[in-house]
Design a protein around this ligand. Sequence first.
Ligand code: ADP
Length: 458
Amino acid sequence: MKSLYGKFALTTIFIMVLSGVLSFVISNLYYQHSLKPQNDDKITNFALEISKYIQKDPNINLNNYLNHIGLIGYQIYIVNDDGVEQFFGNAYRDTTLSKKAMDTVIAGEIYHGINQFPHKTFVTGFFANELKNTVGVPFTYQQRKFALFIRPDIKLMFNEMHLLFAWLLLTSILLSILFVLIGSKFLVNPVVKLNQATKILSEGNFTIHLDINRKDEIGDLAGSFMNMSRKLEKVDKLRKEFISNVSHDIQSPLTNIKGYLNLLDDEGISKEKRQNYIKVIHSEINRLSNLSKQLLLLSSIESKKELIDVKEFDVAEQIKSVIQQFSWRINERELMLSYSLPETKMTGDPFLLYSVWENLLTNAIKYNVENGSIDIIVTSLNDYIEVQFKDSGIGLESSQIERIYDRFYRADPSRSKAVEGTGLGLSIVQSIVQLHRGKIVVESVKDIGTNFTVILPK
Ligand code: ADP
């Protein structure tokens, strides 16, 4: 049986049969150890009462009396010291009884055939309609010694109960099997649906709707599955966007380079034009090199779950060297730079944090205006350091602010096209800050300026 449904139904039915067998064994043990002696005692008392009653009244009509008891629901056998036998009530199926048993009872002993009945189960013991399976008591009647063997007439007493119990057992077995089959289907169905959904998902189709509204573990599993499929869909979309962006960003500088190289091929162009074309080719190569560096950095950050190359260093000192590296660009754009950089030690990955400051400073330069200003402030707080990059540049609209950390996002492309960029810088910055368990906050007003604040644990 390969299906979960079949296994589930079979296992439950097997458990039902096993528990039936076990409960039969347990109730049998209970019958053998407790009920059988009790039953024997009860019938012995009853037989002794009969014997006493007969002996009390010597003129009693023995046949009538015992016939009457037989009609009430007992099977009786009597035998006297001459070996004369008589039966009352319904017949025994098996009338063998040892001579020794008869003789000992006639001699005055009590015969406990019910208690000594050798059968192993209560079904074969309690219901066995045999003369051996009786209680025997002695009595004297008209100076003759008798042995009286008696047992309740189970058939007479329990016939309807028998049927009732048989019906009860049969219907409960059949109904349980039916309900197990229906119940298993109900339990297994969602798993089948989940399996189908997994197959659809593995084929790259994310338009899955799972019709499972349950509040149990399977419902939770279905919920998690839907979450996972939505995340996979998002990741797949991002992956496709990423590939198309990267291809585009590689393709366009290559086309430019190819175009300008063709132009350079013409020997008749002026020296001035030639230098201009070479300048463009250089800048396109820079763009490509920048893009590949950023992609490498991004993939190295994303493969990291934790920081590895961590050490203590002075953030202010590091920012000073970034300023130095880009001071020619600040001067070139005639920007006013002010800063407050007191010594501020922290523990982190200096290589990664260098590119945070590099990106924030180059953005403050690139997206600034003529005669604009840049202000850099490092502040040391109790457990944190705060680094601010303020600029009086072009600023951002609130709809743009929401997206600036998205990969390849460039706000207002018509304006920012003028300046080189890949749209990867801030997404790298955010990943590095998050890797340091810090956060980055941006405040910006269109045409007024932008303020990035990086908060990092020391
Ligand atoms: P890019 O390589 O284009 O600079 P970033 O990820 O660094 O990519 O920035 C994403 C976009 O956010 C930029 O294209 C720009 O439109 C906007 N942006 C970033 N920094 C600033 C800033 N200081 N002032 C105004 N706009 C900014």
